[in-house]
Structures are given as C-alpha cells and as structure tokens.
Design a protein around this ligand. Sequence first.
Ligand code: Q46
Ligand code: ZN
Ligand code: ZN
Length: 337
Amino acid sequence: MPQCKFFRECRSNAVIQIPHTKMALCKDHFLRYIENRVKKNIEDNHLIDFQNPKEKVLVAISGGKDSQTLLTILHKALQGRVALEALYIEVGITPRNYSYDSAIIARSLCEKLGVPFHILNVKEHLGFTIDDIHQLGTYIKKGKRNRKRNNYRGECSYCGLLKRYYINYFAVKHNFTKVATGHNLTDEASQLLSNFFSIDIELMSRAGPITLRDVEGLIPRIKPLYYIYETELIMYAYFAKVEHLPTECEYATDSPVISVKKSLEKIESFRRGSMMNMVRDFQKNLKPILAETITEDHQIVKKCSQCGMTTYLDMCSFCTTTNRLKEQMKQFHILEE
Ligand code: Q46
Ligand code: ZN
Ligand code: ZN
C-alpha cells in the first residue's frame, strides 16, 4: 500500500483504498473521511434540521454491523446538537441466542456512547414472535400443497414488516421527528437495480437518503450511510472496533436482492465506482423526473380501522397480515383460541 493521501503531511502507511476514488488512506484518516462523508450527506440532503429545537432522532438498532456502525458514526456526527436515542425491537428469535445476544450488544454500545436505549418487545404487543411465525412456516411447508393457498412469505418478510411498523409506532408515540436506518450504498444500488428489473417506477421514485412525506403519523426515515459502500462500513467497523453480533440469524435466506447485490459487487470489482455513479446519477438526473410524474397525492391518508395508525388503506398491511397469521397459528395450535 502507498502512503496516506489525506493530508500532505501525513506520512503514515495507507491501510485502505477507497473504492470510487482510489484514494489511499491510513487508519485514522480513513475513519475521519467516512465520518465527513456522512456529515456531508446529512447537510447536503437536509436529513436533520439542526435549527428545530424539537428535532429528535431515533436509530433503529439491531446489534448487527450496519446499525451499530450507524449509531457510532451518527453519534460522532451530531455531537450532541440534536437528541439521539436508540430502539431495539425484540422480535423473539431464540436459535443461536440471536435476539438475546443482539439486545446485549446493542445496549452495551448505547451505554458506551451515552445514548438512551429502549426495547420494544413484540410478544408483549402482538402475542407472538418470529419463532412462532417460523413454526407456522414449518407446518405450512410440510403440507406443501396448501402452501400457495396459505400465502406464507417467509420469516424475513414478516420480521421486516413488524420492525417497520413498531419503529414508526414507537417514534410517533414518543415524538421523534426522524428515524435513522443503516442502509448503505451497496443496499441502495442493489434495491434500485432490482426495482428496475421489475420496472417498479413507484418504488424507484421513493429511493433516496430521506423519505419526505409530510404526513402526520408517518415519521420520515433518513439514511445517513446512503453514500457509503458496504465494504467501507465493514472496514470502518473493524478499525473503529465497533462491537457487533458476529452470528447470523438462523432464519436468514437469500432474497432475490442478494443475488443482484453479488452481481453488482462483481461489476464494481472491475469497474470501480459503478455503484456510486449509479446511485448518484439516479438521484441527480432520474429521480426528479420520476418525482414529477409520480405523485402520491392521489393516495388518501387514513387511519387504520383496527390500530389507528396512519395508512392508505382501510386497514393497514400490518393489521391485515398479523390477523391472518394469528388465524393460521390458531389452526395449527401454535396460539390458543
Ligand atoms: S432478524 Fe429477521 Fe433478519 Fe432474522 S428473520 Fe430475517 S429479517 S434474518 S436482519
Ligand atoms: Zn493519514
Ligand atoms: Zn393497523
């Protein structure tokens, strides 16, 4: 590796080469470089309103590399200028002690940084866990012929739905103004390309470092790591010694987006900067055109007839889905009648 190129006076040996600029950096300057890029994203895209005294940011933390690194960088970037708190959603995954260990690691980072830590237990709110959903899936898969009729979508799909719902629920209840998530550039490029393959223009038009819909009951989501490659985050976590859970969830399955991600990583290896160019150019050139043609104004905002949360339907997709799951669990005696 050559010498660090951050400052002329830095004579340290470089430890990493930045994927899209090929700039070689030493450890300390690499950490600073990533933190500066996150700050730039926050400022350029107005992710956080530093002038608003009521601005309050909630980080959805899972104990995994992405959210632990997000909280570490965000805590540094904000320097106490706005309120920052963390929420761990306990979805109830017992194999490999996954949920238990994740919560310990997430809490430990919050204590180290002095960030208020909250836990929301899904079982207490909903009456069942992801373990129960997994058991339901096992029964449904055994009777394969009924599989289609039962419409089982896989643990991760339900897990994602529960987390999204309860994060927003918690944020609304406790007056948070932004929810920060750990999505990085590699995730965004993969999602963008997947949406392009299925020509899902509506989803593409929503891509970006912030979801901006001024709707009461839907807290805007911000992605401070939007322009940081996954490989850079792995290196950041390593050099900054960010503690995170090394174990993978037993229910993790390869989604179609994962195969797109692998292909993009391959392209990136011989065309450096491809993902960055794709996401940046999309935001700059294509998104404004899509945003003009696709307006969500036709969607009438309502309150869910069951839970009262904001939705565009009579009953929100969380209530529809969890009602169906409850019924199915009763049929299989996973839940009491
Ligand atoms: S926790 Fe939940 Fe992940 Fe496990 S069930 Fe899938 S989504 S893999 S981050
Ligand atoms: Zn240096
Ligand atoms: Zn609802």
